[in-house]
Structure formats: structure tokens, C-alpha cells
Design a protein. Structure first.
Length: 318
């Protein structure tokens, strides 16, 4: 699902360039046909010069196609069951009850929808439809930023469909396999559930990397003394040590055992784990699936040491 811009811009160059503009960093993948030829990540920094950050990443590269996406509170995703009908009738039904499917007014948002598959409800087969609304001003700002960096967007999509596309291409999924994808950024986590190659359910939660950092700024008194971190110190320590185990023998520069960091992180991690498990339980209940076979994690926060072990222990899923 994407806002198609290919007909608006003439493109010159070679290859495909996909870019993810996050809260703290910019990630990109460069492809030539189906082959990945380059990829990278760069922190945006305190100046918040996103266009400048992108320019440093792409250098003199001129892609033929540029793909990006938007996510977070500027994008609304709602799923609902509809009786079987054609696309025009379905759009009319959605617009008629737009307040039910979007927090944005029709004139301030780009509205789109996609039928994800069929679901049987009370013996009647209905379409499982995802309704997406993206704020026009946010999409316009996104396009403007890329154009300042010298990129002409081919299309702007939304994160769950980009994630599903990546899983189909690279995850070697089995037809009957149930997969949960966690895209963990700084401010938001996108959760996508797939049955084989079919996207079944997607949602976004506000618990992510920054929640762990914020939890680490609470002062505590330990056997070794007081542990008090400001936001900058907490972020640096989080990136260096990740989610430490209770058995860790490492020490901070202050001499404080690194395992004390786990005490600070616990409240955020428990909340994070509970939200993921609630989403998993909801998916299994609503879609009649007995289990999730695999969890795939990505995003900047997925690079933290120990986070893979945390999710395996929390969800009991490999």
C-alpha cells in the first residue's frame, strides 16, 4: 500500500534505493535488481538535519527508484470485517463511517485500504480490510526532506507493508508458518503478524527504545551506592551494555555493577513484554491460530545486546 509518485517525477539513475527515516537515525538499503549492493545506518544527531544526514549516506549515488514509508501517530491503521463488495462500494462504506476507521478528517488525510484476506464470521465469509489514513502534511514534509537531499520519491508506503515485503523476500517463510515481526525503533514499535506470505494483522505501540532509556533515569540506592543517570548517560550505557543479565560481572566506569542497570530497565521491559504478549494472544484468538512459530526483530533498538534473549524468555517463542 503506497502513495504512487512515479508518474509525477522523471527519474534518471540506476538501481533501487529504500530509505527509513526514523526518530534518531536514517537506514537505507541499495539494490540492483534483486541483489543488495549496499546498506547502512547513520545517526541524525542533535542538529536534526535529516536531509544532510541522507546526503552523507547517499553521496553521489543517483537511484532510478526511491522507496520510503511513514509510521507513528501520523499514520492510522484500522482493521475491520466487511461483507464481500467491489472496491468502489468498499470505499463508500469506509468514507460513510470514516470516524470509525480514522482519527483524521477526510480533507486532512490520504486514505487508502487493502483487503488482506477472507475471514469467516458466524458462518459468513467476509473480507479482512486494513484502512490506512496518513496525514497529508506529514507525507508532504517527508517528500520535501527527501527532495532536499536530492532524492525524488517513487512511492511512500507504510511500515507494516514494507516489513511484510521484506519478510517475503528474505525470511524464507513456510506456507503455514505464523510469524510475528517486531520493528523496534526509538519511539514506536510496529508489530506485524503474518500467516505464510499473507499479512494478517498490524498495529503500532508507543513502547520502544526510548522507554527503556527513560526508565534508566530513575535514581535508585544499591548496596554499592546511589545509581543516578541523566538521559544522555542512560542512552550511552544502554547502547553499550544493552539489556544485561543478572549474572553479568561487568562494571560501569563508576565501579557500579552493570547488572544494576537491569533493575532500572525492569519496569519498561515488563511493560514492553506484556504489550507484545497481549498482541500475540489477540492474534491467536481472533485468527484461530494455536501458536506463533517465529519472532523476527528489526529496527534500531533490535541491535541492543540481550534483546533477542529478552523476547525469547518473555514470549517463550524462538
Amino acid at each position: 500500500m503506497a502513495l504512487n509518485l512515479g508518474s509525477l517525477f522523471k527519474t534518471e539513475g540506476k538501481g533501487i534505493f529504500s530509505i527509513d527515516i526514523g526518530s534518531n537515525s536514517v537506514k537505507f538499503v541499495r539494490m540492483d535488481g534483486s541483489k543488495i549492493t549496499d546498506y547502512g545506518l547513520k545517526e541524525i544527531g542533535e542538529t536534526q538535519d535529516i536531509a544532510g544526514t541522507i546526503k552523507e549516506l547517499i553521496k553521489d549515488y543517483k537511484p532510478a527508484q526511491v522507496f520510503s514509508f511513514v509510521s507513528g501517530p501520523s499514520v492510522s491503521m484500522r482493521q475491520a470485517l466487511f461483507p464481500k463488495m467491489n472496491r468502489r462500494e468498499l470505499r463508500d462504506s469506509i468514507v460513510l463511517r470514516l470516524d470509525k476507521y480514522s482519527p483524521f478528517a477526510l480533507e486532512e488525510a490520504i486514505l487508502d485500504f487493502r483487503t488482506l484476506g477472507s475471514v469467516k464470521e458466524a458462518g459468513v465469509v467476509k473480507d479482512n480490510v486494513m484502512v490506512v489514513a496518513a496525514r497529508k502534511d506529514i507525507v508532504s514534509d517527508h517528500i520535501s526532506t527527501m527532495r532536499k537531499a536530492g532524492l525524488e520519491p517513487t512511492s511512500i508506503g507504510i511500515a507494516p507493508f514494507a516489513l511484510a515485503g521484506a519478510v517475503r523476500k528474505f525470511a524464507r517463510i513456510k506456507p503455514e508458518e505464523n510469524i510475528c515481526v517486531l520493528d523496534i525503533g526509538s519511539e514506536f514499535t510496529n508489530i506485524v503478524f503474518m500467516k505464510g506470505e499473507r499479512l494478517d494483522l498490524a498495529r503500532t505501540i508507543t513502547t520502544a527504545g526510548n522507554a527503556i532509556t527513560e526508565a534508566m533515569t530513575v535514581s535508585i540506592t544499591t548496596e554499592e551506592g546511589e545509581l543516578s543517570l541523566d538521559a544522555r548517560e542512560a542512552e550511552v550505557i544502554k547502547r553499550r551494555y544493552g539489556i544485561p543479565s543478572e549474572e553479568s560481572t561487568e562494571k560501569l566506569e563508576s565501579g557500579m555493577p552493570v547488572r544494576r542497570i537491569a533493575t532500572l530497565q525492569r519496569s519498561a521491559l515488563e511493560r514492553f513484554g506484556a504489550e507484545i504478549n497481549r498482541s500475540i494472544d489477540y492474534y491467536k484468538r481472533e485468527f484461530g491460530e494455536p501458536k506463533i512459530d517465529r519472532i523476527l526483530i528489526c529496527g534500531g533498538t533490535a541491535l541492543l545486546k540481550g534483546i533477542k534473549t529478552f523476547f525469547e524468555q518473555t514470549t517463550k517463542i524462538p
